[in-house]
Every structure is written in structure tokens, then in C-alpha cells.
Design a protein around this ligand. Structure first.
Ligand SMILES: NC(=O)c1ccc[n+]([C@@H]2O[C@H](COP(=O)([O-])OP(=O)(O)OC[C@H]3O[C@@H](n4cnc5c(N)ncnc54)[C@H](O)[C@@H]3O)[C@@H](O)[C@H]2O)c1
Length: 326
């Protein structure tokens, strides 16, 4: 995509899982990339995520809750991929105010900085399917009611709507993508904070059985490179301004099928099906998969990577990089 050649691009959450993979793609497209990340240890940021491109990107370790640094960092940027976030649903229940500060308050502050110091910027915001809550129907399209089941969902919903509001009222061009479960190399595998698939991978590679809760819930998964395709399409399309798009996966699987596939790809390993723990059950959304027709029609996006190919890539990556992710 020539749009991004020599463009100045800021990625908040740029040392995290999706942000760092996006940075790699943008570097390969010839962009000038600035990564802004606080590296809070419990989140997915990891300096190893930029191994190999560390001399081709600029890194600023700062917190999106600091409006003073943003005032300067935002100036001169052509695009902002706004990915910094507190992503753990359980953490948002245990510490709701931190989640609110990062996922809602700071998002408003970032948009205020755009409005005042760089109104011509284009912003892409990473939202989440979590804001739909327990689906009334599946596949879930963008018209489905929003009924978040946890504090994280409420704050992410506020975060995305601030973006739409600033697009509509102040012409700070913004697009929102509602991501489903996203997987790929560089995701957090230390624990289940980012995704349960992370801890499955870790235990599998350590030769230990992993826990599958329930097992029958349906889910779809987007491979990170497909997610990045969507982000670049949204950034480069004027038709995407003020729009909200679901991302989805190529396949719909039960968690048991997903676990079976992971073991099959690794050619060894085992898992145990367990009951959902009580605290998780309360915020579980049951079956979910997305209807991503809108982005397919309007931006020509389609997921390309199968789960099997995705798992192969992920396992290859951690087999040689495990030590940096524990
Ligand atoms: N991975 C998924 O399945 C998924 C699904 C839906 C939505 N999302 C959204 O996509 C975005 C990226 O998620 P990810 O999976 O790459 O997670 P991640 O945790 O790997 O990345 C988030 C990054 O944001 C940084 N960050 C957190 N708080 C910050 C702060 N206050 N200031 C500066 N940086 C901060 C973290 O250090 C981390 O590097 C998030 O906004 C998340 O809500 C992800």
C-alpha cells in the first residue's frame, strides 16, 4: 500500500501484541513509525515484540493518561492507530477505575489532543466485540444492541463512541473496528489476561495439560495479519470515516474443537475440560461469532489465514522465542 510510504504514523499500544505486528507491517511499507506504550507489566507490551525492527521505529515509553506528552507526540502525525488499552475483563472488575482511566478517559484526552493540535489526522480505534454482551442472535452484526457484561466493555464502548463523536462533530476522521478474539505471534502467553489461547499455548509448549472451560461455546478468531489488513484498509479509506466495522474469523469453532486443532498442529499435548469458574461465568457471553459483511462489502476486507495456518505460525514463533514471553 503506497498510502503509507513515508507517512508519519503513531501507534499507541505499539509494543503490544497487535500494535507491534502492525508496526512491522508499516515499516515494511516504508512508513515512519512512532510507538507509544507505557509497558505496564501486567499488560501485553513487550520490548522483544520489536526485535528486528528496533532501529527502524521510534519508541516513546509514555502513558496515554498523560495529556502533556500527547500534546507534543501527536503533532505532525498523519495517522494514529489507537490500540493502547487495558484488555483484561477480570482486571476491569477488580480495578474498574484504572480500566476507565485508560479505556475511556484517556481516549477522550487523545481525541482532544488531536482536535487541538492535529485535526487533520486519521485515527483507527481498536474496539471489541465484548461490548455486544451476550448475543441475542448470531452471527452478530453491527446493529446488534450493545449490552456490555463487564466494566471493560462499558469503557471500550465509551472509547469507541468518543471517536465517532469527534469524527462527526469536529471532523477528526476516525474509524472503529470491533475486533473479535485475535491471535498470532507476540500475543501474551504468560497468563490468560489477554486471551485464554495464550495460556493454552504456553502450557502446551511446556508439555503440561491446559484447561478448557465449558468447551461447547462457539467463537471466531482473527489472525493478527488479517486484523492488520483491516486496520490499513480503514485508515486509507475516506468511506470508513465515522464508521464502525466488525471483524470476524474465517471459521467458527467450539472451544473443544479449537483445543483439538491446537493439539493436532503441535502433534502432541492434552487438555482437560472443566466447568467455568464462578467469577468468569458471570461475565461470559456464551456463543459468539461475528457477521463481518459490512467491512467485506465496503472495504473489501476478508480474513485469509485459517486457524490451522495461524496456530502453526504461533507455535513456530514461541518455540524459538518462549524465553522472552514468560
Ligand atoms: N487481542 C484481542 O483479541 C483483542 C480483541 C478485541 C479488542 N482488542 C483491542 O485491541 C487493542 C490492542 O490489544 P492487544 O491484544 O494488542 O493487547 P496488548 O495488551 O498486547 O496491547 C495493548 C498495549 O497497550 C499498552 N498500554 C496499556 N495501557 C497503556 C497506557 N495507559 N498507556 C500507554 N500504553 C498502554 C500496553 O502496554 C500494551 O502494549 C486493545 O485496545 C484491545 O482492547 C484486542
Amino acid at each position: 500500500m503506497s498510502t503509507f510510504k513515508n507517512a508519519n504514523i503513531m501507534i499507541t499500544g505499539g509494543l503490544g501484541f497487535i500494535g507491534s505486528n502492525l508496526a512491522r507491517r508499516l515499516v515494511s511499507l516504508g512508513a515512519h513509525v512512532l510507538l507509544v506504550d507505557s509497558l505496564i507489566p501486567e499488560y501485553g507490551g513487550n520490548i522483544h515484540n520489536i526485535q528486528g525492527i528496533e532501529n527502524k521505529v521510534k519508541v516513546n515509553i509514555s502513558d496515554v493518561r498523560d495529556p502533556h506528552s500527547f500534546k507534543y507526540l501527536i503533532q505532525g502525525q498523519d495517522y494514529l492507530f489507537n490500540l493502547a488499552g487495558q484488555t483484561s475483563h477480570m482486571d476491569s472488575m477488580a480495578d474498574p477505575f484504572t480500566d476507565m482511566e485508560i479505556n475511556a478517559h484517556a481516549q477522550l484526552a487523545i481525541l482532544e489532543a488531536c482536535r487541538k493540535y492535529n485535526p487533520g489526522i486519521k485515527v483507527v480505534f481498536a474496539s471489541t466485540r465484548q461490548i455486544y454482551g451476550k448475543p441475542d442472535y448470531i452471527p452478530v452484526d453491527e446493529k446488534h444492541p450493545l449490552r456490555p457484561v463487564d466494566v471493560n466493555g462499558i469503557n471500550k464502548m465509551a472509547g469507541e463512541w468518543y471517536h465517532i463523536l469527534y469524527n462527526n462533530v469536529y471532523d477528526v476522521r476516525s474509524s472503529v473496528l470491533r475486533l473479535t478474539n485475535t491471535i498470532g505471534p507476540r500475543m501474551r502467553i504468560k497468563d490468560a489476561r489477554q486471551t485464554f489461547v495464550g495460556i493454552w499455548i504456553r502450557l502446551l509448549l511446556e508439555g503440561k495439560p491446559f484447561d478448557v472451560w465449558g468447551g461447547e461455546q462457539l467463537r471466531d478468531f482473527t489472525f493478527v495479519e488479517d486484523c492488520i489488513d483491516a486496520m490499513l484498509l480503514a485508515a486509507s479509506s475516506e468511506n470508513a470515516n465515522g464508521k464502525i466495522y466488525n471483524l470476524g474469523g474465517k471459521e467458527i469453532v467450539s472451544l473443544r474443537q479449537l483445543a483439538d486443532l491446537l493439539v493436532k498442529v503441535h502433534k502432541k499435548g492434552e487438555f482437560v475440560i472443566n466447568q467455568f469458574p464462578e467469577d468468569r461465568k458471570k461475565i461470559d457471553i456464551g456463543d459468539y461469532y461475528s457477521d463481518s459483511t459490512l467491512i467485506r462489502h465496503e472495504l473489501g476486507w476478508a480474513p485469509k489465514v485459517t486457524l490451522e495456518e495461524g496456530f502453526r505460525d504461533i507455535l513456530d514463533f514461541y518455540e524459538s522465542n518462549m524465553e522472552y514471553y514468560l
